[in-house]
Design a protein around this ligand. Structure first.
Ligand code: SF4
Length: 67
């Protein structure tokens, strides 16, 4: 199972909350939009991913599971 943390660039409002909660693996670009590092998808970061998704006020973060 492949897990990916994805941001929807249409609904993201550049609040930056995700980067505050998950700073080692999400950085913000010059406009405040998140750049998700590949390591954010490592299995050991599951709780961090879930916390970032739950905290996003725009519901712009999702965890995608694929085979
Ligand atoms: S918390 Fe949500 S709205 Fe804010 S920058 Fe992150 S993904 Fe975008």
């Amino acid at each position: 199972m492949i897990v990916r943390l994805r941001v929807n660039p249409i609904t993201c409002e550049a609040h930056g909350m995700c980067a505050e909660l998950f700073p080692e693996w999400i950085e913000l670009d010059d406009w405040g939009y998140p750049i998700i590092r590949p390591a954010a998808n490592d299995p050991e970061h599951e709780e961090h991913r879930k916390r970032a998704v739950a905290a996003c006020p725009a519901l712009a973060l999702r965890i995608i599971h694929s085979q």
